[in-house]
Design a protein around this ligand. Structure first.
Ligand SMILES: [Zn+2]
Length: 222
């Protein structure tokens, strides 16, 4: 059973790799962003608290996010396995997640760390383009649309645009922030003997193959 956390800097292709794994293994995708949004939409008392915090521009406290995750796990079919993407972000959250998972007897199988060299990330992110119609993300270097200038998903021949923060200086800044935030997190999982690092500098297909191999190896251990 695959129960995994995906970690990787912006531009590591984490979202794409996570999607492959979810499609291939049928695991549940646990996104804290989505949990927060749906709590707000459902208007639960926790959801209303979150809406208030967000309206004031604040960060939702760890305790609330962890509560949402606990509730979600309690209402889910855990036998499918799951993949956390975008959570935890720091070692305190990681520690608490370990407790929540242990209580439900669903410990992590491993933590996948997609490692990329910063120069490659800069190239990757500066090649990123969004479909102005449906929002799908392409990369002019690594993952271009099949027909140039036309979105594969929605067929729109509208503009593929570059987000303002996909320029080199802002990318380097995001990488620095990511590194300082996640270094302790990596150390935490390393000490817990859960961390598996994959070189994610190649193209999406190459990295997907490495990820597939890691998953096979890790699942064979259990
Ligand atoms: Zn589109």
């Amino acid at each position: 059973m695959l129960r995994v956390v995906f970690l990787g800097p912006p531009g590591s292709g984490k979202g794409s790799q996570a999607k492959y794994v979810i499609d291939e293994h049928g695991v549940d995708h646990i996104s804290t962003g989505e949990l927060l949004r749906s709590a707000v939409n459902e208007g639960t008392s926790l959801g209303n608290q979150i809406a208030d915090i967000m309206q004031q521009g604040g960060l939702v406290p760890d305790q609330i996010v962890l509560q949402l995750i606990s509730d979600y796990l309690d209402s889910s079919d855990l036998s499918k396995g799951f993949l956390f993407d975008g959570f935890p972000r720091n070692s305190i959250q990681a520690e608490q997640l370990q407790v929540i998972l242990a209580e439900r007897n669903v410990p992590l199988s491993f933590v996948l760390h997609l490692q990329v060299d910063p120069t490659a990330v800069v190239k990757r992110l500066s090649g990123r383009r969004n479909c102005s119609n449906c929002g799908r993300i392409y990369n002019i270097y690594f993952d271009p649309p099949q027909v140039e200038g036309q979105c594969d998903d929605c067929g729109s021949a509208g503009e593929l645009f570059q987000r303002a923060d996909d320029n080199e200086a802002s990318i380097r800044n995001r990488l620095d922030v990511y590194e300082s935030e996640t270094a302790p997190l990596l150390e935490f999982y390393e000490n817990a003997e859960l961390l598996v690092t994959v070189d994610a500098s190649g193209d999406l297909a190459e990295v997907a193959e490495s990820v597939r191999q890691v998953i096979l190896t890790e699942l064979a251990k259990t």
